[in-house]
Design a binder for this molecule. Sequence first.
Ligand SMILES: NC(=O)c1ccc[n+]([C@@H]2O[C@H](COP(=O)([O-])OP(=O)(O)OC[C@H]3O[C@@H](n4cnc5c(N)ncnc54)[C@H](OP(=O)(O)O)[C@@H]3O)[C@@H](O)[C@H]2O)c1
Length: 319
Amino acid sequence: MTKGLITVFGGSGFLGKYVIRELVKEGWRVRVPVRRPHTAQELKVIGNVGQVQLVQANLRFKDSVERAVAGSDAVINLVALLFEEGKQSFENLHVKGAETLAKAAAAQGVTNFVQVSAIGADAESDSDYSRTKAEGERAVRDAVPTADIMRPSIIFGAEDQFFNRFAAMAQLAPALPLMGGGDTTFQPVYVGDVAQAIAKAVGHGTSGKTYELGGPRRYTFKELMQFMLETIDRKRFLVPVPWAAANFMGAIGEISGMAPFVKPFLTRDQVKNLKVDNVVSDDALGFADLDIRLETIEAIVPTYLARFRKYGQFHEKRV
Ligand SMILES: NC(=O)c1ccc[n+]([C@@H]2O[C@H](COP(=O)([O-])OP(=O)(O)OC[C@H]3O[C@@H](n4cnc5c(N)ncnc54)[C@H](OP(=O)(O)O)[C@@H]3O)[C@@H](O)[C@H]2O)c1
């Protein structure tokens, strides 16, 4: 016996796998629409035989979205981009894609809908990422007023693109950049905790709330780099980079990203986002309202960054 069917767009991504795990534990059947099902076969073994189903769909193609949503009891949207690539643009996915999905869900009578956005989503933002995230939130709420919106701060976990990326950089480079001096604050949140929040929201049935999901402590970017270097037991220079120079690095990153198969290491839009503190606002609903206890970076990050130590994870740290 299962509780019903939840369709998870973006289920093949970093957060998606943890969300599927939580839903499967709770006894839901999970449908995962993916662009290339052959690249996501490992998702099937997260559940019992037949509990996780892959279907082909692309958020940019309305017909495929409508087919993917048919028969669902709830829908979760985790699709997003960090940088644009051809038709995979912020406008097409964060706004139009979210709208297409929410309208398809509404047409099926689905009222249980979770839209994953990001802290900093703001219709007035000069960052295209944050502006389109806010426009996506609005488009979803217009179609499904009972949709819950989850806005996480930066998410950490074994496959994250934050600590892993900077630790990999520290393996090769003698110095790491601190954009704008590294004073911007973040509230890193464990991927498993965000997944639990999403699963709880659909479990209760969503009711049009917005949650801001931050971890137990705030850190400046510089503190996070110091923590990462201490964890991997490497000494590196932390070099403050003024915003104008960071912007120039973003432009170089974008040019490098034009080469085939190369992802930009930084974009000017990301630099704009790095200027704004990424923390939970005082009056926001959050984990406490969902009764979830939080993991810390100190407990979790060393379990997956140890591989970046000079002599491997079993080598004693310098004292
Ligand atoms: N990671 C963080 O630190 C963080 C922080 C704040 C908010 N968030 C939000 O959390 C959500 C999940 O983030 P994530 O880190 O898990 O992202 P991710 O790993 O990049 O996953 C993105 C997912 O979107 C799918 N996708 C991309 N284009 C698509 C399209 N045209 N049609 C259908 N699916 C498409 C990808 O599948 P393919 O395999 O097809 O590419 C992938 O499954 C996003 O909304 C993100 O903004 C993340």
